[in-house]
Design a protein around this ligand. Structure first.
Ligand SMILES: [Zn+2]
Length: 251
């Protein structure tokens, strides 16, 4: 039985004894000529579903398939929520889940534009429900690079929109959806120091950044496995700790 409420009856739900949930958050945006528009949802949902197979009592919430993609909307066919709408959507989903009795929630995010809304919504919900526990994997594309040996990627640490890392993970999970004959990218340069709030069309003529031609299913498999291990271990350790954290060491 898949712990995914779209497939579950109320009877299944009761039998599942779900005490925690995982929420995949994606986008519906241009991923250039070689990856599908739904890449960010497909990848985050794949992580969520695979984690749920390894962790008892973990309900996979229906994913949020739209994200904040204003900064990518120069490239068709990008559909975006406004940031304030995204915050409201996330807030309502988290709030509903907690009111339904599941107050340990793990968020798997697939898209950079959702990071700030996830932060704002989660912080507000935590204040409203102090007994809740919310944790997020905000940037799997950065985390995979941190978890794997430094020589895993060939260009720009595997980063980029539809770049080496993201292309690799799609080639591992959904090879039938990629059209690698169209893959091409560019590595933009940024000054050190502060974060520039760029718009995609300023930093790439195609929509892609990084080098998707270096993407391989083997790299994607390593990324996916490392991310799964990280999330599963995190949940298991939190359960062991009774979802408590923040023990203080006297200095
Ligand atoms: Zn993406």
């Amino acid at each position: 039985m898949k712990p995914f409420p779209v497939n579950l009856t109320y009877a299944d739900f009761k039998e599942g004894k779900f005490d925690k949930a995982v929420l995949a958050v994606g986008s519906a945006e241009n991923h250039v000529f070689h990856l599908p528009f739904g890449t960010d949802t497909l990848v985050s949902l794949a992580i969520a579903e695979e984690v749920a197979k390894k962790v008892e009592g973990l309900l996979v919430l229906p994913p949020i398939t739209y994200g904040v993609s204003l900064h990518y909307d120069d490239f068709p066919f990008t559909l975006t929520l406004r940031p304030e709408v995204m915050i409201e959507v996330l807030t309502d989903v988290l709030d509903s889940s907690i009111r339904q009795g599941i107050n340990h929630i793990i968020i798997i995010n697939g898209h950079d534009g959702n990071i700030a809304p996830i932060e704002i919504a989660s912080r507000s919900i935590k204040v409203k429900y102090p007994d809740s526990f919310i944790a997020s994997l905000d940037t799997w594309w950065v985390k995979a690079g941190e978890l794997l040996p430094p020589d895993t990627f060939e260009v720009w640490d595997g980063l980029g929109h539809a770049g080496e890392g993201e292309t690799s993970i799609v080639l591992h999970l959904y090879p039938q959806l990629a059209r690698m004959e169209n893959a091409r990218g560019v590595v933009p340069s940024f000054p050190d120091g502060l974060d520039i709030k760029w718009k995609s069309s300023e930093i790439t003529p195609y929509g892609a950044t990084g080098d998707p031609t270096k993407g391989t299913p083997e790299k994607g498999e390593k990324m996916f496995k490392a991310l799964l291990d990280c999330v599963v271990k995190f949940i298991q350790e939190m359960e062991k700790a009774g979802w408590k954290y923040g023990e203080k060491t006297e200095l």
